[in-house]
Design a protein around this ligand. Structure first.
Ligand SMILES: [Zn+2]
Length: 135
């Protein structure tokens, strides 16, 4: 039986038990599981960031483009609230986001405010300029 060192932790493992990491290194089962977990958390962190950005996009669209029956505002609010809920319920994702967590919160808060003021912004625009959105 030949033994190989794990590329991550350096422990010697039976070559038959060794697994390949994403980058093609031989790693032990423990390091492989950790890497997979980290990949999943990173994906979730990216989803949280994208939800916060989505709330701003919906908020801007609701203010200046269209907001039939306040539907676009509702989507913006839902995206922002989704961001807060995901961050609140998952400390692991918060940790994974690190310095990006406050950014996600700030962006989502901005999107939330935009979505909420959208009907008033649209109303003011219509009153002042006659512009009433694309639709
Ligand atoms: Zn290892």
């Amino acid at each position: 039986m030949s033994q190989v060192p794990c590329a991550r932790c350096g422990d010697f493992i039976e070559s038959s038990d060794a697994l390949y990491s994403d980058s093609g290194e031989l790693v032990c089962g423990g390091c492989n599981a950790k890497a997979e977990l980290a990949t999943g958390e990173e994906r979730a962190a990216a989803a949280i960031l994208s939800a916060s950005g989505t709330s701003v996009v919906f908020g801007l669209a609701a203010c200046f483009v269209l907001n039939p029956c306040l539907a676009v505002s509702a989507f913006g609010v839902a995206s922002a609230v989704g961001t807060f809920v995901m961050l609140h319920r998952n400390p692991d994702y918060r940790a994974r986001l690190g310095a990006r967590a406050p950014i996600a919160i700030g962006v989502a808060a901005f999107g939330l405010v935009l979505s909420l003021v959208a009907p008033f912004v649209m109303f003011a625009l219509r009153l002042l300029t006659g512009y009433s959105g694309v639709l």
